[in-house]
Ligand binder design. Structure first.
Ligand code: NAD
Length: 250
């Protein structure tokens, strides 16, 4: 018996990175369901066997409604929802803040997560579990990352509020708070910074590893394992919380 046998799951941002690791792990645990992601990302990815890729742009509420309408049509209710879609802007300090970029980050990381919950809420089965992929930046600041940090603080507010709204239906809402994870997205940003500012990606990764108790950064598979725990019945009395997966960052 696996932890999600017979469960219907949906993972936003599941075409690559942490979301893809979550969908793959959930599939191995017996879940079937949907990967929602931008069309180009889905075109480059392969959803786990028995899972359906559904294109969506979570910045667009009409498109999000259409995608969730497709998911609802003729299917059993959702047992597990994971909101992993997110974007990280380039590093820049407060004096360089770009407010258009701020809006783009919030459109996905805050508004997009809220829209995901809004459209998923009527489809969630009693006893369902929601996991938001937030960040340590949901409560910690970091230099040169104000827009991202603020958007992840919003994710914490969404988790806490949705847990209260949905709790009496037996639906739990939690988040995972990863530290740095060497996904393609992070490595691409680090390489861009290396080209622009000469901060070597290898040095940045070594520094991140040194800042942890374990002396290494966590992996996408380890984030997926934490999401699995929160999505499963093992976490049946846990709601409204974020679980750090960071190798131990004080
Ligand atoms: P990623 O870029 O590999 O994956 C993000 C996915 O979200 C992509 O598949 C992308 O296409 C999708 N997405 C982006 N905008 C979308 C939109 N408008 N509509 C639908 N889908 C959209 O990034 P990742 O590193 O795997 O990060 C995944 C999540 O984990 C994000 O929420 C990120 O903030 C969070 N996180 C990442 C790290 C890290 O170090 N990698 C650390 C903490 C938190």
């Amino acid at each position: 018996m696996t932890l999600l046998t017979g469960r219907k799951a949906l993972v936003t941002g599941g075409a690559r990175g942490i979301g893809a690791a979550v969908a793959e792990r959930f599939a191995r645990e017996g879940a079937q369901g949907f990967v929602l992601d931008l069309e180009p990302a889905l075109a480059e990815a392969r959803s786990p066997e028995g899972w359906t890729g559904v294109p969506v742009d979570l910045r667009d509420d009409g498109d999000t409604a259409r995608a969730f309408g497709f998911v609802a049509d003729g299917n059993a209710p959702l047992d597990v929802l994971v909101a992993a879609a997110g974007i990280v802007p380039p590093w820049r300090d407060v004096a360089q803040l770009d407010l258009d970029e701020w809006d783009r980050v919030f459109a996905v990381n805050a508004r997009g997560v809220a829209a995901t919950l809004r459209h998923a809420a009527p489809l969630l089965a009693p006893g369902a579990a929601v996991v938001v992929i937030a960040s340590l930046n949901a409560w910690r600041g970091d230099p040169n990352l104000m827009a991202y940090v603020a958007s992840k603080h919003a994710a914490l507010g969404i988790v806490r509020s949705a847990a209260l709204d949905l709790g009496r239906r037996g639906i739990r809402v939690n988040g995972v708070a990863p530290g740095p994870i060497a996904t393609d997205a992070l490595l691409e940003r680090m390489r861009a910074r290396e080209r622009e500012r000469g901060i070597a990606a290898s040095d940045a990764l070594a520094q991140a590893a040194k800042a942890t108790a374990l002396g290494r950064i966590a992996t996408a598979d380890e984030v997926a394992a934490a999401a699995l725990f929160l999505a499963s019945d093992l976490a049946s009395a846990i709601t409204g919380h974020l679980l750090p997966v960071d190798g131990g960052i004080a």
